[in-house]
Design a protein around this ligand. Structure first.
Ligand SMILES: [Zn+2]
Length: 198
């Protein structure tokens, strides 16, 4: 079945974290990244790979890449949720993020275009989604002080079973739900049910 990803976060690194759905549910989460193909679809839908780039990778052997992407995803998740919950992340998560960013940087090459300089990739290898996501996570999580510091706008959805991450770009920083339609209503329905039971 074709997976359409709910890209509500405002940043690909956060949308990546959200691909593990219901992360905090008692019954356990649901992973929407089940294959390398899913990863390519996610990359294409979140515009971190072009359609042409993704198409070229369709037949690449990506099982290892998927595994490392999920490792990266869980490291990003652990670090960001730790930050939101006011604790320090595990050292192992930092090492995974560090290694991923370093590997991604190593694959970047500076290219001259008439419009100016641009980071490009040395090759269109199976690892491309992993490299792009690593650099994207670095951009989000290590944004320079003085610039708009995106990582301080990262919020988690108020639904305790969902806690999807997003960038709160609302004027007064009042966004509470990943998606009011999907999640807010779901929570309302649950509270209503709980009241009925009493
Ligand atoms: Zn939510």
């Amino acid at each position: 079945m074709m997976t359409t990803f709910e890209l509500i976060a405002g940043h690909p690194a956060l949308d990546l974290v959200n691909t593990l759905d219901w992360r905090f549910r008692k019954e356990g989460p649901e992973d929407s990244l089940k294959s390398y193909d899913d990863l390519l679809r996610f990359s294409e839908q979140s515009n971190i790979l072009t359609v042409a780039q993704a198409r070229k990778l369709r037949h690449a052997s990506g099982a290892q890449v998927l595994k490392r992407c999920i490792e990266l995803r869980e490291a990003i998740a652990e670090i960001l949720y730790a930050r939101l919950d006011g604790r320090s992340p595990a050292a192992a998560s930092l090492r995974i993020l560090e290694r991923s960013i370093q590997a991604g940087r190593f694959q970047q090459q500076l290219r001259w275009k008439p419009e100016g300089l641009e980071w490009d990739w040395k090759e269109n290898a199976a690892e491309l989604p992993l490299w792009v996501l690593s650099i994207s996570a670095s951009d989000l999580m290590l944004s320079d002080a003085g610039h708009f510091d995106a990582v301080h706008s990262v919020r988690a959805c108020d639904n305790p079973e969902c806690r999807w991450l997003f960038l709160d770009t609302s004027k007064n920083h009042t966004r509470r739900w990943c998606d009011m339609k999907v999640c807010g209503n779901r929570m309302k329905a649950r509270r209503f049910k709980a009241q009925q039971k009493r």
